[in-house]
Design a protein around this ligand. Sequence first.
Ligand SMILES: C[S@@+](CC[C@H](N)C(=O)[O-])C[C@H]1O[C@@H](n2cnc3c(N)ncnc32)[C@H](O)[C@@H]1O
Length: 497
Amino acid sequence: MNTVESARLFPNLEAWDPAPLRKALRKGGFHKEALETLGLPEHWLRSEVPRAALLSHAPAGSAVDSLIRLFTLGDAIDGEDALHALGESIHGLLDLGFLTAGEGRVRSLYQILPVAHGWVACDLLRRQGEDADDYVMGVGPSSVLLRSLTPPVDGRVLELACGIGWLSGQLVRAGLPVVATDLNGRALELGRFSARLAGVEGIDFRQGDGFSTVAGESFDLIVANPPYVQSPGGNMVFKESPEGDPICARLLRELPAYLAPGGIAVVLLNWCHRTDDDWPDTPLSWVDPVGTRRWIFQSDCSSPADYAWKWISSDQRFRNEHAAADEIRRWLAHYRAHDVRRVSGGFMVIQKCEPGGEWTRTESRAAEGIHARAGDELLRIVGNETWLAGGHDLLETRFHVPDGAKAEVVMALEDGWARRTIRLTSPSRLSYDGQVDENILRLLELCRAGRAPAEMVREIRAKPEFSAMTDLPDRIRNLVRELVSHGMLVPAGTVRD
Ligand SMILES: C[S@@+](CC[C@H](N)C(=O)[O-])C[C@H]1O[C@@H](n2cnc3c(N)ncnc32)[C@H](O)[C@@H]1O
């Protein structure tokens, strides 16, 4: 793909007044809340939902019907209907080149996607099927996952491979200075349009490959959802890198040099490996272990055939059965040639530290349950791992228990109701989601009441049947270590403080 700054899609963007469009979209009911009231969830407008299903929810001839046809389906609609739905904003959009008109009909060249608190602009889904290598995606499940994982860090932010900069906009709104970079100039233009529509000012958009536009700079937070699809090489810049460019490896190798001391990065990844057990090796090998704390989280693992089919079957370019069959053969030949037996997905967290302060954490769990604001938990885990590496007296430390921890009990009816399992979850389900026993619940309860884990040792020892249990302190220490490592206990200080 051409990395030279593309001719601007909207040369007059700075002179455009977005207020009339905002007003028309609101008045026409083309916003998240109103559409959900009609039975149209936000994600329907950004996925391949059949047009009949989309339109069946909007009263025929209404403004919202016109706006869905125009901005979701990309139809050429009657000029009178467009004028009715868009009011005076139609003129600005035509001048800008966002809409075109001819023979009494009006068409949008781009999609407008309603999202929480506003809208973003991106390419219409069907452009993907036209094999446009510079296709610009809107907000997808991976964008939402990265948003959830973004830790609340103060300081300079870099969003690498930012696309339309949806996340960057939210970080600027939170008061952070953000540099947003992407290879695709069209994505940045649609990002600038989206920022204007959202009333967000100050995202520093820069076009270029990887870190090329931020040479010599450092950041307190780097977030990235790069084109991580492990294909044999492709031309769709929003999801796959060209043949011979292992982009995830390249970005992770370079990344620590752009982190300020103590700075944190969160990068979504996919990667290839050989067995069910060697999954952490490859991504960990991409990041220099000296001067970094590394946490690799595997959220899924597939066979090459399943992985290839997942991407090919959802790719509009391979709708035709023969095209899909040729493409899957190409992917499988590539995996065979490189002895790839498994393909995993997940994310990597990196924190820059002084040599000597390093640690590595590997974790494998489904990520589906992770809640919208998991960044706090991510930060807590990083802090707790570092604290654990400091060799503290775990029995004599006081801990906080984060608000919102939940335990759910599953019971089975046998002779009577019998307790079967207890599932403990952290507030955002990132740091903990697993089965525990009553001892762990009791330990959390004691710690929350401000008592140190040594109390639990004394409490159990007071029972005659456990009084001679010599390994009890070690057992409790291990439970505490586990709970700290999972962010369920947060060190508050030692008892002697
Ligand atoms: C999966 S999209 C993510 C977009 C956005 N960050 C999000 O989460 O919605 C990947 C982005 O990486 C960009 N990209 C691809 N190759 C790149 C490269 N070599 N350097 C910088 N950005 C690149 C694409 O243009 C695309 O916008």
